[in-house]
Design a protein around this ligand. Structure first.
Ligand code: FAD
Ligand code: NDP
Length: 486
């Protein structure tokens, strides 16, 4: 990469840049990427492979609680990676309990010690080919490029109408950087971030409560989502359902008193916590990019950038990838793939577009939920219930037997078209290592796999994934879907 501008390397004087462009009439760079996260870095690295002159601007605005980090974006600093490691730490706690059933002598009590390791030009457009940046120290620099990619991601939202929310609450931007255990924690929201964080905090032995205003994991198959929360409840996570916070106050004891409205009981309730975390979604910071000046269109409700199938914005040479874009999944692999493909189209004579269909994903709750394709609800809505066949099974992972672990929520379903070929529309799996299980099947589904092909696939015994190849009970039949024995 020609230039990677970070705090450590001061940028050239802005005046000089302007003069160079004025003298030559040329832009300094072939490609300028604003945002050094998953999508931005993938795009920049790929463009550099084509021998192009590339610059990346990355700047992390500290969170309201003052947390900041370096290059790499959300995934590596405050997202997927620290989250998966915390998830693994919690799973190890469960494994320690299991180990005793397998004959290991482990001296009691076993408890977790909170251990954390800590690890910046902010760009805004001044004209369609020019981005102006300010270093943390307030120094100005100007970069010009033929093509510009916006990959600035998003940041956690705060509930603006809840008094004390900003003052006393934290978000996932802060959680992974805490020096001390969060203690008794309330997490508001009920989607990926909330459930995953609540899952590992519970697993680490902390008193953890999730406050949910509507349904868990909106947009996911709701039968699967209910099983995920059911398992979490049985595992110790508390749920406050149909509740909305109204205020957060700091008590003399330094604890945070939260007041909320319980819609079912139509009354106000309170409790105190050591930590209150908002996991109510993420929003892009498009305002500071000065997009109106250059004519890049955004969705007025979400603030996200409107792009076409080639990731192009309303301005021909300005593109956007990743979480900042309207209607795309907020996932690292899609941001990376979109960034790479864009660089290949821009500089490598490729015309391949990013395919956002059948993107697999996994929610890393204590019992993981992995899926690819349509939910049962979406399949019914698209094709009608008479045209859908759902094969399903409850199963018991072999590892659970010796450890006497409850497998009530270990469940999978395959949503297929009912006509003769029975093309698979969606696969949903709850159980250990769901991400690993779904990744392979995602290839089959991407290639148009059918139910007969799936059941002709020989299983690997003894695994949980093999149960997918053995699915034979339809929901329509009403037969007991519990798998017994080999
Ligand atoms: P980002 O990675 O957010 O990068 C954007 C970068 O641009 C940041 O460094 C930002 O500071 C910088 N920036 C912003 N504005 C400017 C500006 N004006 N000038 C210069 N720089 C700027 N996805 C998965 O696939 N799997 C997971 O398990 C997973 N877990 C997650 C867990 C959590 C807690 C969270 C919050 C997210 C998780 N995600 C996961 C989602 C994933 O992290 C994002 O989809 C991904 O990081 C998006 O990449 P991006 O390139 O669009 O943006
Ligand atoms: P989401 O937008 O997915 O969910 C927001 C949650 O907060 C919903 O439950 C929503 O409820 C609730 N909510 C919204 N506003 C309020 C409010 N004012 N008061 C109370 N509750 C509210 O956001 P997340 O932060 O969970 O995740 C962001 C994205 O990050 C995800 O979409 C995902 O793509 C990515 N991610 C991926 C992961 C993975 O791949 N494993 C892990 C973590 C994140 P309601 O349904 O009622 O609107």
């Amino acid at each position: 990469m020609a230039a990677l501008w970070r705090r450590a390397r001061p940028p050239p004087a802005s005046g000089l840049c302007r003069t160079l462009r004025a003298l030559s009439g040329k832009n300094e760079y072939d490609l300028l990427v604003i945002g050094g996260g998953s999508g931005g870095l993938a795009c920049a690295k790929e463009a550099a492979q084509f021998g192009r002159k590339v610059a990346v601007l990355d700047y992390v605005e500290p969170s309201p609680q003052g947390t900041a980090w370096g290059l790499g974006g959300t995934c590596v600093n405050v997202g997927c990676i620290p989250k998966k490691l915390m998830h693994q730490a919690a799973l190890l706690g469960t494994a320690l309990k299991d180990a005793q059933h397998y004959g290991w002598n482990i001296s009691q009590p076993v408890h977790h010690t909170w251990k954390v390791k800590y690890f910046n030009i902010k760009g805004s457009f001044s004209d369609p080919h020019t981005v102006r940046g300010l270093t943390k120290a307030g120094k100005e620099t100007v970069v010009t490029a033929d093509n510009i990619v916006i990959a600035t991601g998003g940041r956690p939202k705060y509930p603006v109408h809840v008094a004390g929310a900003l003052e006393y609450g934290i978000t996932s931007d802060d959680l992974f950087w805490l020096k001390e255990s969060p203690g008794k924690t309330l997490i508001v929201g009920a989607s990926y971030v909330s459930l995953e964080c609540a899952g590992f905090l519970t697993g680490l032995g902390l008193d953890t409560t999730v406050m949910m205003r509507s349904v868990p994991l909106r947009g996911f198959d709701q039968q699967m989502a209910s099983l995920v929360t059911e398992h979490m409840e049985s595992y110790g996570t508390k749920f406050l359902k149909r509740c909305l916070p109204t205020k957060v106050e700091k008590l003399k004891s330094n604890r945070l008193q939260v007041t909320w409205k319980n819609a079912d009981l139509d009354k106000e309730e309170t409790d105190s916590f050591n930590t209150v975390m908002w996991a109510i979604g993420r929003a892009p910071d498009t305002k500071t990019l000065n997009l109106e000046t250059v004519g890049v269109k955004t969705n007025s409700e979400t603030g996200k950038i409107i792009v076409d199938a080639s990731e192009a914005t309303s301005v021909p040479h300005i593109y956007a990838v990743g979480d900042i874009t309207e209607g795309r999944p907020e996932l690292t692999p899609t941001a990376i793939a979109a960034g790479k493909l864009l660089a290949q189209r821009l500089f490598g004579q490729s015309s391949e577009l990013m395919d956002y269909d059948n993107v697999p994903t996994t929610v890393f709750t204590p019992l993981e939920y992995g899926c690819v394709g349509l939910s049962e609800e979406a399949a019914v809505q698209r094709h009608g219930s008479d045209n859908i066949e759902v094969y399903h099974a409850y199963y018991k992972p072999l590892e659970f037997t010796v450890a006497e672990r409850d497998a009530t929520q270990c469940y999978m379903k395959m949503v297929c078209l009912r006509e003769r070929e029975q093309r698979i529309l969606g696969l949903h799996f709850i159980g250990p290592n769901a991400g690993e299980v779904i990744q392979g099947f995602a290839l089959g589904i991407k290639c148009g796999a059918t139910y007969p092909q799936m059941v002709k696939t020989v299983g690997i015994h003894p695994t949980c994934a093999e149960e997918v190849t053995k699915l034979h009970i339809t929901k329509r039949s009403g037969l007991d879907a519990t798998v017994t024995g080999c």
